[in-house]
Every structure is written in C-alpha cells, then in structure tokens.
Design a protein around this ligand. Structure first.
Ligand code: FAD
Length: 478
C-alpha cells in the first residue's frame, strides 16, 4: 500500500505539499477548514456568490488553478474541505494522530475523524498581527486581514473613507482590495521611516532578479495607489483611535526609527473605518502540540524549525509556508513541494528536489529583506496608556499587566497571565499572545504564547461523540 501523507492547510504551501507527495507516489489527505482551497493568497468569494472570476488582485491565478486542479483531481488525493484539525496527538510510534472535525461548522453532518498518517505536513499559515493602541477596540477598527478577507471573499468594504496603517508590504494589497471593492482610501501609513524601508529592500541586490514576480506585483499595487491618488507615507503611524461608540477619528504621528513618537507631530483625521496591521504571527499551535522545536529566540518571533527538506524535529512531521517564516506565497508553495516530496518518500537525491531546494533558498531571501525593511520598532509601547486594553477578550489593561509584572507576579509570565487573565479568553492569546510576550520581556520569564492544545474550537457534544475511523486507517493501525 502506498504511503499515506496528511497535509493540513490548502494554501500555497499545502497545495504544493500535496502535489509533491502525489508526485512521490503517496496517497494524500488534504484537509482545510475553509470551503475552498487557496488559503489567504487565493481567497475567493464563496461558490454561493455565483460564477466567481478572479479579480486583478489574484496574482498567479492561472498557476494556482493548474496546481489546484492537478491536486484535487488526482485519484490518490482525498480533499477534505470545511475540515478543521482541532488537535494532534503524539503517538508512541510514528507521526502524531490528526484529529479533525469534518463538515460545516453548524451543520448536522459534522463528525469527528482521526487520521493516523505515515507522514504529516503542517501548512496552516499565519494570521495578521496588530499592536494595541488607545481606542483600537472601538468598532470600525479592523485588522488588515479581516478587511481584506471581507473585500476579497465577501465583496464588502469595512467603511468609507478608510485609513490604512501599520507596517509591511501587506498594506499595499489591502489598500488595493479596498479600492477595488469601492472604498475611498485616505492614505496608507508605513510606520518605518523611508531609510529603513529602502535599506531593507536594497539588501543583497543580486538576489532581486529572482524575485521579479514579487517586485512586479508590488509595483502594480503602487501604480493602483497612484492612479487613485492615495498617498503612501513612511515614518508615520496611527497612535490612537477616537470616537463615541465607534471610530470617528484617527490620531496619526511621525515616528522615530524605533517607533517612538516625534513630539508635536500628531494630526487628527476623520475616518469611517481604520485598518491596521503590524506583520504576521505564524499559527504554531499544531506544531507545538506535535512537539516540534521552534527557532527564533524570543517566543513572540518564533517559527517552526526545519531542515533542508522541511523536516521538523519530530520524525515524520514536516512544515511548510508561513509557519516556517514570512516569505510570501511563492516561497510557501516551493517549501510545500519539497516537504511533500520528502514526506511522500521521494528520493532526496532527485534532481528536481535539488532544484526546488535552490529555488526555496532564493525565495527565502525575500523573508530576510522583508524583516529588515519592516521591523517592529522597540519603542511602540510608548503609545500605550495605563488604561489601554491589551487583551481584548479579558479586557486586561496595560496598567494591570505592568502592576502584576512588577508586583505580586514578578518574574513569572505564567503568574502574570493567571493574575490578570491576559491571553486566557476565547481567542486563547492568538491576538494578544505576541504582544503580551513582548511587553513582559525583561520583566517576567516563561510562558509560551503558542501553547494551545486545542487549535480550533470544539463543542463538548462533539468531543463526547466517538470519532469515526477510516477503513484504510484501521488497516494501517493494526
Ligand atoms: C489575512 C492574510 C491575508 C493575506 N493577504 C495577502 C495578499 O493579499 N497578498 C500577498 O502577497 N500575501 C498575502 N498574505 C500572505 C500570504 O497569504 C502568504 O504569503 C501565503 O498565503 C502563505 O501560504 P501558506 O500556505 O503558508 O498559508 P495560507 O495561505 O494562510 O494557508 C493556510 C491554510 O491552512 C488552513 N488552516 C489553518 N489552520 C487549520 C486547521 N487547524 N485545520 C484546517 N485547516 C487549517 C487555512 O484555512 C488556510 O487555508 C496574507 C496573509 C494573511 C494572514
């Protein structure tokens, strides 16, 4: 019987992994919580919206369609849409068992399934990171990811006019999505000064030739902004949102390179909605539950650690895409192809695999450039006031966090969290985890913002039902 590879996530990395494993001769189960494959990059309106056509913003759409059709139409591929992996369970031998909730979230046919693969590829991607500032919890303040998901996936605009602020190239596709969906974008603010952005992007210029596609894509967004006369300003950020019951004004200010505010440069802008992003946080919970080692030092900047063939530290578990580093969709797809080839038992000496490794390394260089051009300045906590909410689920304020860290819970991040409940609410620190870890650095040790044994919500009733075993799984479990 051929090797069974389970791939979690059907974004660029997961689709690549499925293709790689199929090419190596494996049987693949491709699992994604979403209705359609494509992940964040190739997000489309649901099928119920009628025959959807990719917009101008769906770069590399043809290539995506070819990959999708090749994978999903393959006789050895079993595609599980609307299937959330809620946990992985370490096994005595071999890779962890994969626990899946299969079927529409509130649908009657939803069932628990357990997969016991010969190899597991984790490709769950990232979510966008937002730093807190006074008023960020007001209705009308959106993460850029949510604003883009609504524009790209539901054809809805979050408001009109909109101000977009934060850091990173992601500001540009978000602005483009909002413009295409019909909103007026007042301005796009990049917090890093022009010199930092220019120095970062100019790093290792000889590699730029290999990233012509990405450069062309960014140039396309810049052209769209110019046509709509949307200013792109560097060294400026939103440091406060104000309004009576919902956002009405954004306070912007010039920043030094460390993101401290230049006094006297504050400006108030009337807005209908505000859209913010400060980078991405990898979805590491499944990797952590599987026991994979992380790299990256500080817990709030960690990624899954992988070798040259995308193997994690756990035998039989591979990782690809944004959970190994933020480098864009082409890098994610190439990592996926490599991970799938290795997971499917492909020959590591294969010439195509060697070419993929070289392509992956070049694409990864983009990650270094991105990190250098758009760092998060260390002085951002200066925007906070004692009453600024840091954990929105539990309404823990910055002041409460500092009092606990400097007082009764001194030294222990775990004690600070138990004392203030920061990160213990419904989102289980997905939003505030990296922020709290950053704010406590130097004040308290311990705690892992990625430790979340239950990766997706599951009802007690669903948990009480025994899982359904696949016949082929039962065979291999014997
Ligand atoms: C909100 C957001 C918007 C973005 N928009 C753009 C853009 O417009 N342009 C651009 O260049 N880059 C964009 N990016 C970055 C881009 O998405 C990535 O470079 C690329 O998509 C990464 O591919 P991936 O396969 O690693 O992850 P993703 O594309 O994120 O795919 C991960 C997939 O895993 C699934 N998944 C996650 N957890 C589970 C689970 N527990 N069970 C089952 N399925 C799961 C998700 O549903 C998703 O389909 C965006 C990123 C984010 C987070």
């Amino acid at each position: 019987m051929s090797r069974h590879v389970v791939v979690v996530g059907a974004g660029p990395a997961g689709l690549g992994a499925a293709a790689g494993a199929l090419r190596a001769g494996a049987r693949v189960t491709l699992v994604d919580a979403a209705e359609e494959p494509g992940g964040q990059y190739h997000r489309m309106p649901p099928a119920a919206f009628g025959a959807a056509r990719p917009g101008r913003l769906h770069h590399g759409w043809r290539g995506f369609e070819r990959l999708r059709d090749r994978v999903l139409g393959h006789p050895r591929c079993d595609w599980w849409p609307e299937s959330a992996v809620w946990t992985v369970e370490r096994a005595e031998q071999g890779p962890p068992h994969v626990h899946v909730l299969r079927g529409e979230a509130d649908g009657a046919g939803r069932e628990r399934r357990v997969l016991r693969p010969d190899a597991l590829v984790l490709a769950p991607g990232a979510h966008d990171r937002v730093l807190p500032f006074p008023g960020w919890e007001l209705p009308g303040v959106y993460t850029a990811g949510a604003a883009q998901a609504l524009a790209k996936g539901e054809r809805l605009v979050i408001g009109d006019p909109v101000l977009i602020a934060g850091s990173g190239p992601f500001l540009l596709p978000v602005a483009a999505s909002l413009l295409e969906a019909g909103a007026t974008v007042l301005e796009v603010l990049e917090a890093n000064p022009a010199a930092t952005v220019a120095r970062g992007w100019a790093r290792r210029p000889w590699e730029l030739a290999h990233q012509a596609g990405k450069a062309g894509e960014l140039a396309g967004y810049a052209g769209l902004l110019a046509r709509h006369r949307v200013p792109y300003r560097t060294g400026r950020a939103v440091i406060e949102a104000r309004g009576d019951g919902r956002v009405e004004e954004a306070v912007t200010a010039r920043l030094h390179h460390d993101w401290s505010v230049v006094p006297g440069t504050e400006r108030t802008v009337a807005v209908d909605a505000l859209c913010v992003t400060h980078g991405f946080s990898p979805q590491l919970e499944l990797a952590v539950a599987a026991g994979c080692l992380l790299r990256g030092g500080a817990a709030d900047a960690a990624f899954a650690d992988v070798d040259a063939d995308q193997r994690t530290s756990v035998p039989g578990v591979y990782a690809a895409g944004e959970i190994t580093g933020i480098a864009g969709a082409p890098a994610a797809r190439t990592e996926g192809l490599l991970a799938g080839w290795a997971a499917g038992g492909g020959d590591p000496g294969d010439r195509a695999a060697a070419a993929l490794r070289r392509r992956r390394d070049r694409a990864r260089a983009f990650a270094g450039r991105l990190a250098a051009a758009h760092p998060v300045g260390a002085a951002w906590p200066g925007w906070l006031r004692p009453d600024t909410v840091v954990c929105r689920c539990e309404e823990t304020t910055y002041g409460a966090l500092l009092r606990a860290a400097d007082g009764e819970a001194a030294g222990s991040a775990r004690a600070v969290k138990l004392g203030t409940r920061a990160g213990l609410g419904p989102c289980q620190a997905r939003v505030c985890g990296p922020t709290v870890a950053g704010l406590l650095r130097g004040r308290a040790d311990g705690g892992d913002p990625h430790h979340r044994p239950v990766a997706q919500p599951i009802r007690l009733g669903e948990l009480a039902n025994p899982p359904v075993e696949d016949p082929e799984e039962k065979e291999s479990a014997r």
